[in-house]
Write a protein that binds this ligand. Structure first.
Ligand SMILES: C[S@@+](CC[C@H](N)C(=O)[O-])C[C@H]1O[C@@H](n2cnc3c(N)ncnc32)[C@H](O)[C@@H]1O
Length: 210
C-alpha cells in the first residue's frame, strides 16, 4: 500500500534525476510526454485543454516536475499542491518563477491557505494512482472546499480491475465504482469517465454541485 511516507520518496527520485540518473529531459518525462505519447496526448486533449481559461484559477495536486503544469500556465492563477516541496524549486527553475504560480505544501490530503470557492479547475495525474483510498477521500473533501460550485475536478486514479494495476504493488486499491461513489457522496456529479485510454488507470471529470 503506497502510504504518505512512501510518497515522500519522490523527493529522492527528483535528486536522482538532477544527478542525471533518469536520462535527458525534464523530471517527469520518464513517465511519458503528453506532447507525443498517444494515450497522454488523448488525455491532454480531452481532460485538460477544454478547460484552459486565462480568466480562471487552476489547482494541481502533485505537480512534480511540471509535466502537466506546463499546460496550466495560461490560467490567471495556478496553485501547485505538493507533498514534497523540493518539487517547487524545480518548477521555479523550469518556468522562470512566474508570479501567477502559487506553491502550497500539503500534509498529504489537505489544501491549506486556499480560500473556499477560489478554484475553477482542479487536476491531478500520476498522483492518486499511488494514494490509498482514505487519503484520496481526504483530498476529495479538500477539493470540494476550494472548488467553486460548477467547478471541474479531473483526476486519474488506479483501477485494480486492470491487470497492469493489479500486478503493481505501488498502485493503490481503487476502481471506478469506489471512486464514483466517493465523489458523488461529496457532492460531485460525474461529467466524464474514461476507462479506456490508460492501461492501468481511469480518469474522471467531475463537476462540483452548488
Ligand atoms: C509520480 S509523480 C507525478 C508528478 C506529475 N503529476 C506528473 O505526472 O509528472 C507523483 C508526484 O506527486 C507528489 N505527491 C505524492 N503524494 C502526494 C500527496 N499526498 N499530495 C500531493 N502531492 C503528492 C510527489 O511528490 C510527486 O511530485
Amino acid at each position: 500500500m503506497p502510504t504518505i511516507d512512501w510518497n515522500r520518496s519522490w523527493a529522492r527520485n527528483l535528486i536522482h534525476h538532477m544527478k542525471g540518473g533518469l536520462g535527458e529531459g525534464h523530471y517527469g518525462d520518464q513517465w511519458g510526454d503528453p506532447e507525443s505519447r498517444p494515450d497522454l496526448v488523448a488525455v491532454r486533449r480531452r481532460f485538460l485543454e477544454p478547460f484552459i481559461d486565462p480568466d480562471r484559477v487552476a489547482l494541481e495536486i502533485g505537480s512534480g516536475g511540471g509535466r502537466w503544469t506546463r499546460y496550466l500556465l495560461p490560467f490567471r492563477e495556478v496553485i501547485c499542491v505538493e507533498l514534497n516541496p523540493e518539487m517547487f524549486g524545480y518548477l521555479k527553475d523550469r518556468f522562470a518563477d512566474p508570479p501567477h504560480l502559487q506553491y502550497v505544501t500539503t500534509h498529504g490530503w489537505d489544501i491549506p491557505f486556499v480560500p473556499e470557492n477560489h478554484v475553477d479547475f482542479a487536476f491531478t495525474f500520476g498522483v492518486f494512482v499511488h494514494l490509498d483510498l482514505e487519503i484520496i477521500s481526504g483530498y476529495v473533501q479538500s477539493v470540494r472546499h476550494v472548488l467553486r460550485p460548477g467547478g471541474r475536478f479531473v483526476l486519474q486514479f488506479s483501477n485494480k480491475r486492470k491487470p497492469e494495476a493489479a500486478a503493481n504493488p505501488d498502485f493503490s486499491d481503487n476502481d471506478p465504482d469506489r471512486m464514483t461513489a466517493l465523489l458523488e457522496s461529496a457532492g460531485f456529479a460525474i461529467a466524464d469517465l474514461d476507462d479506456e485510454t490508460m492501461s492501468h488507470s481511469t480518469i474522471i471529470s467531475a463537476t462540483a454541485g452548488s
